[in-house]
Design a protein around this ligand. Structure first.
Ligand SMILES: *Cc1c(COP(=O)(O)O)cnc(C)c1O
Length: 478
């Protein structure tokens, strides 16, 4: 493809992109296709002859788009958002064009140095102590795995990396029974073993109980286990519960246990002074992760990972074979030594674009709006006796269920709410997901899409009430 053709195609596609952004609300939020619909439309063989872009782009529109769930539709309230924004998309276009591989400083000094600055901006913004260092990773799962591996190497004085597990077969990782599956996955990959991930029970707010954590650690030590790592969740995936960081931090400090903080979603909101108190005790932690690719308007993938002691991280991951040594190694960061993959995308560019375009105040305004919308919906829900907030609102997450009059049986309520969720998502007008709290089937509504406004939340609330009433009309599930 020559540059003239590229220019022509690129303009066509940018026009399509701008149209898509304008019209994204016209698409069903959740893709409504049946399994194999897309697969069956894609030819089974690699095309023998090349094609020009017209039929390819056409098939993108005809075949691919119907199989897309529109995460950038403001009526997307499911999971946690994976937001984009115009400045982020523009940066991704440039990143793709430059096509660099930023494994080492020398392979593109700007990528490394911009990343260093962006991690400083973010760290300062959310209240990470000044002396810590940050690095961009591809996912919170990968950052958490890095934390467990680094904790493991600190504990064994790098012996496991060198010799294997001899003498270190009784390690333990602690987290609450609400924490994300990535902790268990990380512990499995790190060789700790799933059965050595101890899930500590939570209180009525679904926050980890420090007293039970303490008992568990003390009894484990008596039995010859070596406590390796505690994971504190600031914003659990189910209900956005906040574990008590400072209390747990004191315990970690006392027993010299690695403390990792998983704030994958909620971390963005620590840019707001009114939530800074949740970070109290952060200086007692060893590592912290949050995803700008969730609530902070930066295209997936972009995870911010911060560590107190960058030497521990480097000692765990640095390999430096001869062919990767460069003259500048002492003076600069070579981020391939700061994590698992060697190759690295130029992810700091989109963060730079996003933070400059909105500014701290602009970001704060958007985050505050989302939280205000959640407060509004919480107030509306509380006015209706036929709805229940299953747990109190936390930040921008609402966990509720429908409680039609006269239905007492838990199982029946669960069935009704499962039906409600399926019917809501089948309308294509909005997309919610669920969680289970104390056996209660609970609908989760995360209000945080880049362009969500009051009108979307009002409309969603209307639809929820309407569909709920339809389910129980005539006093039975239809
Ligand atoms: C989303 C999420 C994760 C996983 O994030 P990835 O970047 O997809 O790996 C981990 N922990 C919490 C609390 C999350 O919300």
């Amino acid at each position: 493809m020559d540059s003239n053709e590229f220019r022509k195609q690129a303009h066509l596609m940018v026009d399509w992109m701008a149209d898509y952004m304008e019209q994204v609300e016209d698409y069903p939020v959740k893709s409504q296709v049946a399994p194999r619909t897309i697969y069956d439309q894609i030819s089974s063989d690699i095309p023998k002859q090349g094609q020009n872009m017209d039929p390819i782009f056409n098939d993108f529109k005809e075949i691919i788009i119907p199989g897309i769930t529109h995460w950038q539709n403001p009526n997307f309230f499911a999971y946690f958002q994976a937001n984009t924004s115009p400045p982020s998309i523009l940066a991704e276009m440039l990143t793709a064009t430059l096509g660099i591989q930023g494994m080492k400083w020398e392979t593109s000094p700007a990528a490394t140095e911009l990343e260093e600055r962006m991690m400083e901006w973010l760290g300062d913004g959310i209240g990470i102590p000044k002396q810590w260092a940050g690095v961009i990773q591809d996912s919170a799962s990968m950052a958490t795995l890095s934390a467990i591996l680094t904790a493991r190497e600190r504990l064994s004085k790098y012996q496991i990396n060198e010799e294997g597990f001899e003498g270190y077969t009784k390690l333990r990782v602690y987290c609450s029974d609400q924490t994300h599956s990535s902790i268990e996955k990380g512990a499995k990959i790190a060789g700790v073993g799933k059965s050595n991930v101890i899930k500590i029970p939570t209180n009525e707010h679904l926050e980890m109980r420090t007293d039970l954590l303490q008992q568990q650690i003390e009894s484990d030590i008596k039995q010859g286990y070596q406590p390796l790592c505690i994971v504190v969740a600031l914003g659990t995936t189910g209900t956005m519960a906040m574990d008590p960081l400072e209390e747990i931090g004191m315990l970690a400090e006392k027993h010299n246990i690695w403390l990792h903080v998983d704030a994958a979603y909620a971390g963005a909101a620590f840019l707001l002074p009114e939530y800074q108190s949740l970070m109290k005790g952060i200086e007692k932690a060893d590592s912290f992760v949050f995803n700008p690719h969730k609530w902070l308007f930066t295209n997936f993938d972009c995870t911010a990972y911060f560590v107190k002691d960058k030497k521990g991280l480097l000692n765990t991951f640095s390999i430096l074979p001869e062919y990767l040594k460069t003259a500048s190694d002492e003076l600069v960061n070579n981020y391939c030594d700061w994590g698992i993959p060697l190759g690295r995308r130029f992810r700091s560019l989109k963060l730079w674009f996003v933070m400059r375009h909105y500014g701290l105040e602009g970001l704060q305004k958007m985050l505050r709006l989302h939280i205000e919308l959640a407060k509004w919906l919480e107030a509306e829900l509380k006015k209706k006796p036929t709805f229940e907030m299953v747990v109190p609102r936390s930040m921008n997450l609402i966990c509720f269920r429908y409680m039609p009059a006269g239905v007492e049986d838990q199982e029946e309520l669960n069935t009704i709410n499962e039906q409600l969720l399926q019917r809501l998502n089948a309308t294509g007008e909005l997309y919610l997901t669920h969680t289970k709290i104390d056996g209660k089937y609970t609908l989760r509504m995360s209000i945080g899409q880049t362009n969500v406004a009051k009108s979307h939340v009002e409309k969603a609330w209307e639809t929820i009430q309407k569909v709920a009433e339809e389910i129980t009309r005539n006093g039975k599930i239809e």
